[in-house]
Ligand binder design. Structure first.
Ligand code: GLN
Length: 201
């Protein structure tokens, strides 16, 4: 079977690290900056960065509507940090005009782990994954305030005595509040490639 082709949204943020990680596990990568670049991709990664800026750039590049259409048709997606915010149904503490694709039933609050915890690292147990805990780097990460009934929580962290979901999945959409591309753990990207293969049958 030919290699899966994965788009990495490359408008802003750390798209290069995602591209490298995807190539290291056998994917063909297309950096997506314009609508036509979506045509040949079987999945999309939306990286971390700044979700308000990404929202503006998605509008000005003309990518927002065609990408939303592909996501609504069921194209597999992985969103990390700002990417998680962009895929969520509801954004709390966003800009009033901030766009999101609304394809995973989460309410996420931006920058909500608290100022003294702007950045932190944690080791996570990832449900269903073999191997050691997943090392996770959080940078001004969003917090999941609500997860709908169809959302599967695959990993959580304990913060201030409460458990917060940090890896979630609904159908073809996988999101992480942290930056898996920085620790180089490929397991979430592998999950995405498995979804692409499964859809190709
Ligand atoms: N705080 C950023 C936002 O609201 C996300 C940070 C990140 O992607 N590392 O978009």
């Amino acid at each position: 079977m030919s290699r899966p082709t994965v788009g990495v949204l490359a408008l802003q943020g750390d798209s290069l690290e995602h591209a490298e990680l995807l190539r290291s596990i056998g994917a063909e990568v297309v950096e997506v900056r314009r609508p036509a670049e979506l045509d040949g991709v079987g999945a999309i990664v939306i990286p971390g960065g700044e979700s308000t800026t990404l929202s503006l750039l998605l509008g000005s590049s003309g990518l927002f509507e065609p990408l939303r259409a592909r996501l609504e048709e069921g194209m597999p997606a992985l969103g990390t940090c700002a990417g998680m915010i962009l895929l969520a149904r509801e954004i709390l503490d966003g800009r009033p005009d901030q766009l999101s694709f609304g394809v995973i039933d989460l309410s996420v609050r931006r920058n909500a782990f608290g100022r003294q915890l702007d950045s932190f690292e944690a080791d996570l147990d990832l449900a269903g994954a073999a191997g050691p805990p997943m090392h996770a780097v959080f940078i001004r990460a969003p917090v999941v305030e609500r997860a709908g009934p169809e959302v599967e929580v695959l990993a959580s962290v304990e913060r201030a005595g409460r458990s917060k979901p940090v890896v979630c999945r609904q159908g073809e959409v996988i999101v992480a509040a942290f930056h898996p591309e920085l620790s180089g753990d490929p397991r979430l990207h592998q999950m995405l490639l498995e979804r692409v293969q499964a859809r190709r049958g």
